[in-house]
Design a protein around this ligand. Structure first.
Ligand code: SF4
Length: 204
């Protein structure tokens, strides 16, 4: 599936509607959300959902959380953007990662990590009656958009809320996120988030 083309089609349809739909946007960090917020806030009223129990240590989790809130306060957007933080239940992440600790980034542990976060986002979207949900994750050149979209669509079907397919690295999305991060002086971490990716980044 060409995810960007599918998203373009949906956005075009939304332009003809009078009401602004509500989107729950899972965000991994401020830099990745910057372009996505700039792009999608023209079409949706967005709540950024910071649910990332994968991030270690907790001080890093908190640092990224504050950075996310700071960006939302400063970034000019077309429709309102609000913020919600999920529970930092890191035990859930370690439980999920058991036996997969030594896998390289981009493998099965990461797919389950996407699933953990997307399922929680889908549940939240359903209970708070959002029209759509999605994630910023596909903006990273290191993450596979097909896997993220497959997991997101399945989570959406299970919870009964539409998943917005996307590949945010398209249309120079990643490049724009780097520009916005510079413009807003955002902290850009040098590892994905979990303790295993932190160890791996030290080895490089
Ligand atoms: S490397 Fe990133 S995506 Fe993979 S398990 Fe760790 S935090 Fe999750």
């Amino acid at each position: 599936m060409n995810y960007q083309r599918e998203l373009d089609k949906l956005l075009k349809k939304l332009e003809t509607k009078e009401s602004v739909p509500r989107l729950l946007l899972h965000s991994c960090c401020a830099p990745c959300s910057s372009y996505v917020l700039e792009y999608l806030s023209a079409y949706f009223s967005i709540t950024v959902f910071y649910y990332n129990p994968n991030i270690s240590p907790e001080s890093e989790y908190t640092k990224r959380l504050f950075e996310q809130q700071m960006l939302i306060d400063r970034l000019p957007v077309k429709n309102p953007v609000t913020f919600a933080a999920g529970h930092y239940d890191s035990g859930r992440f370690f439980e999920m990662a058991r036996g997969l600790e030594h896998m390289k980034e981009g493998g099965e542990r990461c797919f389950r990590c996407y699933e953990l976060r997307l399922k929680e986002t889908a549940r939240m979207a359903k209970s708070a009656e959002f029209d759509y949900f999605t994630t910023t994750l596909s903006i990273s050149p290191l993450k596979k958009a097909d896997k993220i979209n497959e997991i997101g669509m399945r989570a959406g079907e299970e919870c009964g809320v539409p998943y917005l397919v996307s590949d945010f690295k398209k249309k120079n999305g990643y490049k724009r996120s780097v520009e916005l991060s510079k413009e807003y002086g955002l902290y850009r971490q040098d590892y994905c988030g979990c303790v295993f990716s932190k160890e791996f980044s030290k080895e490089k």
